[in-house]
Design a protein around this ligand. Structure first.
Ligand SMILES: Nc1nc2c(c(=O)[nH]1)N[C@H]1C(S)=C(S)[C@@H](COP(=O)(O)OP(=O)(O)OC[C@H]3O[C@@H](n4cnc5c(=O)[nH]c(N)nc54)[C@H](O)[C@@H]3O)O[C@H]1N2
Ligand SMILES: Nc1nc2c(c(=O)[nH]1)N[C@H]1C(S)=C(S)[C@@H](COP(=O)(O)OP(=O)(O)OC[C@H]3O[C@@H](n4cnc5c(=O)[nH]c(N)nc54)[C@H](O)[C@@H]3O)O[C@H]1N2
Ligand code: SF4
Ligand SMILES: [Mo]
Length: 884
């Protein structure tokens, strides 16, 4: 490790990998930190590409008022004044903060303190409501506190790992790799995947249960019933450490017929799963958004926990329920009480003693006395004018909230909107009256807590760009200007962390789970040296315990865990059988609304446009073929996406990724179609369950363009753009083929069709192909056809900026025919080494029958390893076809 290397933590997923960042002449070199206990040196594709996302293109570098550059002082004063004035006129409930699990703990702490302790309302909610809220409530109902009982090591020690509603291969890739290594060492370890879709995660599973959407409560209720019938309960644990078992078992009872109907699984599938669970002592059940983002998300969480409590498989090595948190600081946000339903340091807003304690600690003038508005309700309150001033920080709700157009309209009509972001032009920032530039990853200092309760430092290794300042500073400066100078007089993130730690330990004495007393008087120097640690860290505590509840002590009033009755009488069948069920989620190489990963050519190569997975039967029914566009609609809103026909998908289901938005595609923002239906206990929206119509989009003209210039305004019916190493690639489609191609071209690239240096036109097939050169260097190539353009994208992208001297070379380019010297790599699978599907298929055909052998030959999978599940799929498919 060189002197210029900084130890920090990845800003993406909740695995919380340690990163070594070394700024140098050619940018920042990124490596996994071998000493970090989350990843031991590994990084996934997104972590590995962090260096590509640190440029200042598109960054917000100065405060803006009404779209014009403004000074910090006037901007902060305006925010303070407008919030104060709104509160004076309409009361504290007329303002709100909408925050993010990507804020650092210190940022979050200050925001929560300002709103709950000094403005005096709990109208502070966060995108964690869309992410982890059901788990929070599920944990509290069962354990009396929001605790993840185990740690990552448990996944490695388990003999059975169950993944429920988790696409771990793509969403928690380094943890997935740890699990893969553990299984390679102990092949007897079993992995079960429960997901309606067969995802890349299934590549590692011994058993994939393609459960009916929202069949999870029934599945785990059925398991509880099975365990009871088979005499496989841990009766002594139940008797000594829990309450309400009988109620839970009674509620779980259902006929076999109902069980099959709700889960969509056969008797054999159920029996195999139930037997595995019953027979294995060391079981870890990991769950993620297929569980949380549901109108019965909280009951799903409790149905899972019930089975672990009933078998005493909790808090032990290799056993327990394990919530996989999404965002880098989802957990830190919960620790500071960043949600509208909590107080600080895992205290309860509904508990007067807790409120009094926090108020005394903060010396606050106006404590919130009840829960505030949860995300969906908060934007409803903006829409109906109850909230008149809102501050959005570190999240992009116009893309990520359900009923996204309603959110956009609400912000448009809100009298005062503040947005703190690192980027100047997000779909949310467009509605801001005041924009405040935040420090981004690598520029800011603070802490994050990962899925296993491990607190790690994010450290700055880059100078602050422009006038950007830390998020906590935005909040603290407004707090001071609202009349609380001493309460918000922080000099650094370290000051804030120490205060947060002190509050967690304040009059705690072991009564509350969350305790960082050890750090209550941490010095800035110690903060600099802070090593990744699990909590609790009580003052004077000897050693760090990795697990909760081994001794059966819970944080409920009587110290016993609660079984929760989770009846399955909620409707799981399609409400309107004529509609399709829209499932949404993530792709391997993009992060949410793409403001950062969209800057990386390596990450943008894997999947470059919005797509819709659809079953062959459904595709045939609507008359759409692979690669044509489909139109997905609901409530008068429409999304266009590329059809991918997936034979393993249920007939009445489709899947569309959540990432694409107006900055990268014409109409890919899927949340425009997802209604704001929520779980009754957690308020978390059912983001995987919209009812939609799908039909063929019937485009008259399709296009594909590679261009060195950043595409200007794109006006075609459909477009999607992705950055490449030498420029951009753009997918296009026009509804009306007769519409002048010339117009399309000009709108797309500013280039004149008449000025193209090479043309190819085939009136029979309706194909037009054009290329523009600067000297002999390819500047832009455009391929147009009446059906989806059949040109290798990866190959075409590689042609940009190449030299084409002779007419023959240029002709070959327009023919889309790779020359012998430039073979077509096929769609990119390994983003680290740009290895494409054709290359991998050739290698497999040539005798590479293991992932390692492919790696040796092509390099694919040998850096971050995120593509390994895809590589093994190639091998499986080849072996299968060879066997037939
Ligand atoms: N590459 C990448 N990784 C990420 C992120 C990212 O944006 N990109 N975001 C991070 C964040 S914030 C989060 S929250 C996590 C999310 O991580 P995951 O939860 O693993 O990801 P998702 O793709 O949202 O959804 C997981 C799966 O739930 C399935 N599912 C849908 N409905 C049901 C159901 O009713 N039952 C069951 N059992 N399964 C169902 C979907 O088919 C999907 O495959 O990922 C984190 N990691
Ligand atoms: N349909 C559907 N919708 C979903 C989901 C789904 O599965 N399906 N998943 C939901 C889930 S789990 C989540 S977590 C959300 C995520 O959704 P969002 O939180 O909206 O997504 P991000 O793109 O991560 O937004 C982060 C914003 O913060 C900015 N930013 C980055 N770093 C900083 C910083 O240091 N400070 C500040 N102030 N800003 C910064 C980024 O530029 C970006 O604008 O989406 C939810 N929406
Ligand atoms: S798994 Fe990947 S995205 Fe998640 S923290 Fe590790 S490197 Fe970052
Ligand atoms: Mo999330």
């Amino acid at each position: 490790m060189s002197d210029c290397t900084t130890r920090t933590t990845c800003p993406y997923c909740g695995v919380g990998c340690g990163v070594l960042a070394t700024p140098g002449k050619d940018g920042v070199a990124i490596k996994g930190d071998p000493q970090h206990p989350a990843n031991f040196g590994r990084l996934c594709s997104k972590g590995s590409a962090l260096g590509e996302t640190l440029d200042l293109d598109g960054r917000l570098l100065h405060p803006e008022i009404g779209g014009k550059r403004a000074g910090w002082d006037e901007s902060l004063s305006l925010v303070a004044e407008r919030f104060s004035q709104t509160i004076a006129e309409h009361g504290p409930n007329s303002v709100g903060f909408y925050l993010s699990g990507q804020m650092l703990t210190e940022d979050y702490y200050v925001a929560n303190k300002l709103m709950k302790g000094f403005i005096g309302t709990a109208n502070v909610d966060t995108n964690s409501r869309l992410c982890m809220a059901s788990t929070v409530v599920g944990h509290k109902r069962a354990f009396g506190a929001d605790i993840v009982p185990g740690c990552y090591e448990d996944l490695e020690l388990a003999d059975l790992v169950i993944l429920v509603g988790s696409n771990m291969a793509w969403c928690h890739p380094v943890l997935f790799q740890r699990l893969q290594s553990a299984k390679a060492e102990r092949p007897q370890m079993k992995i079960v995947l429960i997901d309606p879709r067969r995802t890349k995660t299934a590549e590692m599973a011994d058993l994939h249960l393609p459960i009916a959407p929202d069949g999870d409560v029934a599945l785990f209720n059925g398991l509880l019933q099975y365990l009871a019938d088979a005499g496989q309960l841990d009766q002594s644990y139940i008797d000594r450490h829990t309450n309400h078992f009988d109620e839970a078992l009674t509620a779980a009872k259902m006929s076999l017929k109902a069980l099959h109907a709700k889960t969509g699984l056969s008797a054999d599938q159920l029996a195999e799963f139930y037997r595995l669970f019953a027979q294995t002592e060391k079981v870890v059940t990991c769950f993620s958004q297929g569980v949380n983002q549901s109108s019965e998300g909280t009951n799903k969480v409790n149905a899972i926990i019930n089975c672990h409590l009933a078998t005493g498989r909790i808090g032990k090595k290799g056993a327990g329920p394990f919530s996989l948190t999404g965002q880098p600081n989802a957990m830190g946000g919960r620790e500071v009480g960043g949600l509208a339903t909590m107080l600080a340091a895992h205290m309860e807003i509904g508990n007067p003693a807790h409120r009094e304690l926090v108020q005394r600690f903060w010396q606050s003038p106006a404590m919130a006395s009840e829960q505030g508005l949860k995300a969906v309700d908060m934007f409803d309150a903006v829409a109906n004018g109850k909230i008149k001033a809102i501050w959005v920080m570190g999240t992009n709700p116009v893309v990520s909230m359900p009923d996204a157009n309603k959110v956009a309209n609400a912000l448009e009509n809100c009298p005062f909107v503040v947005v703190s972001d690192i980027m100047a032009d997000t779909e949310t920032a467009r509605f801001a009256h005041v924009k405040l530039p935040a420090l981004g990853w690598g520029e800011k200092d603070g802490t994050v807590t990962n899925s296993e309760r491990r607190i790690s430092r994010q450290r700055a290794f880059l100078p602050a760009p422009g006038e950007a300042r830390a998020d906590w500073w935005h909040m603290a400066e407004v707090g001071k200007r609202m009349g609380h100078p001493s309460a918000f007089d922080y000099r650094s993130a370290s000051d804030i962390f120490a205060e947060h730690a002190a509050l967690s330990a304040f009059e705690n004495n072991g009564t509350r789970d969350f305790d960082l007393g050890e750090y209550a008087s941490l010095s800035p120097k110690d903060y600099e040296k802070f090593q990744p640690t699990l909590w609790p860290r009580r003052k004077g505590q000897k050693g760090v315990s990795q697990r909760f509840f081994a001794g059966g002590h819970f944080f409920t009033p009587d110290g016993r865990a609660n079984f929760v009755a989770t009846p399955t009488d909620t409707e799981t069948a399609l409400a309107q059988p004529t509609k399709l069920r829209l499932n949404t989620g993530r792709v391997r190489d993009h992060w949410h609304t793409m403001t950062r990963t969209g800057k990386s050519a390596a990450l943008s190569a894997h999947i470059a446009e919005p797509y819709c997975e659809i079953s062959p039967g459904q595709a045939a029914k609507i008359g759409v073929r692979t690669a044509e566009l489909v139109e997905i609609s609901a409530a008068g809103q429409k999304v266009l996406a590329r059809a991918i026909i997936n034979p393993k998908l249920g007939h009445d289901q489709i899947f569309v990724p959540m990432h694409w938005n107006g900055n990268f595609s014409s109409n890919g923002r899927i949340n425009a179609l997802v209604p704001g239906k929520t779980d009754p206990f957690s308020g978390q929206p059912a983001l995987k369950a919209a009812q939609v119509d799908v039909r063929a989009a019937n485009m008259g003209l399709y296009g594909f363009m590679v261009t060195q210039a950043t595409p200007a305004e794109l006006h075609s019916t459909y477009w999607a753009k992705a950055i490449t190493k030498k420029g951009w690639r753009v997918e296009l489609a026009e509804k009306d083929a007769a519409r002048a191609i010339e117009k399309t071209v000009r709108a797309m690239s500013g280039l004149e069709i008449g000025a193209a240096d090479a043309h190819y036109h085939d009136p029979k097939t309706g194909q037009h192909r054009l290329a523009w050169f600067a000297g002999s260097q390819l500047q832009c190539a455009l391929f147009l056809a009446t059906e989806p353009v059949a040109v290798s994208r990866a190959w075409a992208v590689d042609q940009l900026a190449q030299i084409f001297e002779t007419p023959a070379e240029r002709y070959r380019l327009l023919a889309g025919r790779p020359g012998k010297d430039m073979p077509d790599p096929g769609p990119i699978v390994c983003s680290c080494f740009s290895v494409g599907a054709n290359q991998i298929a050739d290698a497999v055909k040539g005798g590479c029958t293991s992932v390692a052998a492919i790696g040796e030959k092509l390099g694919a999978g040998t850096n971050c390893g995120s593509c390994k599940p895809e590589l093994s799929e190639f091998i499986d498919e080849f072996t299968l076809s060879a066997a037939q």
